[in-house]
Design a protein around this ligand. Sequence first.
Ligand code: ADP
Ligand code: ASP
Ligand code: MG
Length: 439
Amino acid sequence: MTLKVCKFGGTSMADGIAMSAVKKIIESDEKRKFIVVSAPGKRFNGDTKVTDLLYACYDELKEKGECKAAFQSVRKRFESIVKELNIEMDISSVLDETEERLVKENSSDFTASRGEYLSARIMAQLLGAKFIDSEDVVFFKADGQLDGEKTYKAISAAVAGAEKAVFPGFYGKDVKGKVKTFSRGGSDISGAIVARAVNASVYENWTDVSGFLACDPRIVDNPRKIKNLSYKELRELSYMGANVLHSESIFPVRKANIPIVIKNTFRPEDEGTAILPISQYKPDGNVVTGIAGKKNFTVILIEKSHMNSEIGFIRKVLSVLEREGVSIEHIPSGIDTMSVVVDSDEIEGYKLEQIIEGIKNDAEPDVIRVMENVALIATVGHGMSSSIGTSARLFNAMAAANINAKMIDQGSSELNIIVGVKNEDCEKCIAAIYHEFFG
Ligand code: ADP
Ligand code: ASP
Ligand code: MG
């Protein structure tokens, strides 16, 4: 039988009503056998996600050696969910054990992981399904990367014979045997890992929007829905800020050509978006597929006459960043100029000064300047390579909105055009490009 792996995000787990909607979705299709859940998210605007409540618990734990006060809010969230669902479950004892273990483990990752642990325990009880703890089946290597081989084997063994199973998302175990989480939004990766391990026919990612939209709905009202996306387009858009799906969730499924479908828990009949390997991808005829943006980059601009003929110049510059352990986002270049774009968080404090000094000493540029508070906007689509005048349209739209491009980088695959603008122009720029290409 073909089987589906379903991941339900924070809003889908936010309260008893949402969890009941999840149960209905799962029970409406017998192929939905393996479920991955997030911690309960926001119930309304201004509410706090359980994961954020847990990070606050860890702050209290660090300071006082216990976290009674902060854990009280977590306790209340889960007790009210169990009450609303009206299920047989001694949630108080589970919460007591959890609080005890928090103190014993005394780690940020362990504390943060408990939102997923508790919501998976409740979901398993609600569905009458097997609970499989991700700390027993998801493993990281010493370098922090997923140990795919060991993980996929452990998951297949754990699900053998289970009619239905629920996994907590977001975490696994490191080589020292300690719980370790993915980065924020990482339950999407956990869902992809389970899909790969059980060789699912599809990975359904259930959230609170009816698919991947051409841009962030918090920036443009009601943006166009994208019917299907290639893995590559997804990677570009999610990496650049379309965080409806974590940018690393494609890696486990891509190798096995498992499609991802984004669906809305609260409008399950809506079609959603399919994310497919390029061989199955059917372009919908648009030049641009989507637009996304991310703030807080730093651009280091370097000029040197005859840079193009000085063998090893770029290597000298990049070696400085390597020495400082800083990863590079983009390197747009001209004949006598190059820029290095890095995430501002990577070069906090004295690091930027070290890098500037290093480049001055090792590469002896004529000019070196730093531009901070830069947002990068990515305009993405396979349709762009076959369409003439796309960049002209994009830059005209920016000019009409009075936005200055501080940096431009067009990927060699012609899949994307990236522009750097001032942080405060980020939303305005996304809206201007959206309206140009989608009317
Ligand atoms: P979940 O808790 O289900 O994982 P997330 O909050 O992580 O949900 O992701 C869903 C949210 O992503 C949406 O509510 C929406 O506000 C936001 N979002 C940002 N960019 C996009 C986009 N291009 N398409 C759809 N949603 C987007
Ligand atoms: N609960 C985690 C977070 O808030 C992981 C997730 O929801 O995917 O980041
Ligand atoms: Mg998410």
